[in-house]
Write a protein that binds this ligand. Sequence first.
Ligand code: NAD
Length: 486
Amino acid sequence: MKEIKHFINGEYVGSASGKLFDNVNPVNGQVIARIHEAGEAEVDAAVKAARAALKGPWGRMTVAERTEILHRVADGITARFDEFLEAECLDTGKPKSLASHIDIPRGAANFKVFADLVKNVPTEAFEMATPDGSGALNYGVRRPKGVIGVISPWNLPLLLMTWKVGPALACGNTVVVKPSEETPTTTALLGEVMNAAGVPAGVYNVVHGFGGNSAGAFLTAHPDVDAITFTGETGTGETIMRAAAKGVRQVSLELGGKNAGIVFADCDLDKAIEGTLRSAFANCGQVCLGTERVYVERPIFDEFVARLKAGAEALKIGEPNDPSANFGSLVSHKHREKVLSYYQKAKDEGATVVTGGGVPDMPAHLAGGAWVQPTIWTGLPDDSAVVTEEIFGPCCHIRPFDTEAEAIELANSLPYGLASAIWTENASRAHRVAGQIEAGIVWVNSWFLRDLRTAFGGAKQSGIGREGGVHSLEFYTELKNICVKL
Ligand code: NAD
């Protein structure tokens, strides 16, 4: 059986404790590998390697040298595209048709985009007067923050991990990554690419394990980690913030959401249906930016529900290798239990199940998989758990509204504020409503359209800080002012 080991100081190493756990393929429940679980000793070794590498050749490289290496990392991912694709789909159960367009290309792009960006970071300079008349010159320089702890989730494993590692390394930091226990393989494989690209030992380190009382908690508690960047659930974000308080370490938190789509009667309905279908069901609904609440203006409500139902029922459920499949399994059986508990709650609370609501019939060789049906409900009260809590599954609740003000109030009614999608052909309304939505990202007539130079992050309980473009560089560098008396 294949073993997935930690990657520390440029080498793959097992756990001294000999503790391993199963890596399960969610489409059939079979164990595909055994994963080493890091104890405090492995986490400490990884942090020490990262600290040492800061003082080694990595710390002495020019920006040009460093960014050239990061371009080679991106090229290395692309050169081994099929291996990354296979690994990502085995871990997550997502269709290859999806991961080959999103996960793996974006995993490579995250290194190129930030390598190019960091070459052109502007700095500030201020001349000032002094009482003796000679004056002084102030100028800002950006320095790496140090050792960055990166904790990533399972829904877009390579994409979301490199989204943090790319800019962290571009800025000259070193990293210790703790990928999700559900999806460790591409993060592990990246170690080989780093070595081949000439990334010095200790710059990129990986420790595997769980969150609480395991690798995740050991990493966030480690006193020699300078900053922590995290993507995952809001509750975990709170725990990580508490850990980071010790030693006053900075955090970047990309957290959960319960995103609203608002569909006005003046929308282009074809576009609104296509976009809402993707936002509710892409990646089996396991996208933080996905839409689980859809508010539709009453005159088009019935037509919208009927057409979304038809679209959901046309999705082709299948295993990653099925080229016609555009809807995979959930990431794990544990997650399926959570999603199905909400399917049950919806029924208990009297929802109208427009489509789905259960488990699809699958052929015998896939019967052990974590499958669920794409599901649409109507008729639930606004305070239902199904409407207020993040499910992170392929489902949405649709509710009618009558006025623009009501739609805005409904969209803003929850403590989350990650993303929102507005569908209207009225430009004034689009700007007016977008300006009033309490979310870090608002799409108008689109969804998941991302330019990596733009700010990304959540309002309210969906996160702290912004990453993307220069905002990533803000987090991953320390801005120092040097004041020179002339
Ligand atoms: P999670 O919070 O359960 O786990 C995320 C990571 O944190 C995993 O690596 C896990 O092992 C680790 N972890 C868990 N407890 C920890 C602890 N006490 N200390 C340190 N590390 C710990 O989240 P998940 O289930 O993997 O991912 C789904 C969640 O992520 C959803 O809430 C989703 O909305 C959110 N998400 C947000 C964004 C965003 O950009 N805002 C993107 C993707 C996913």
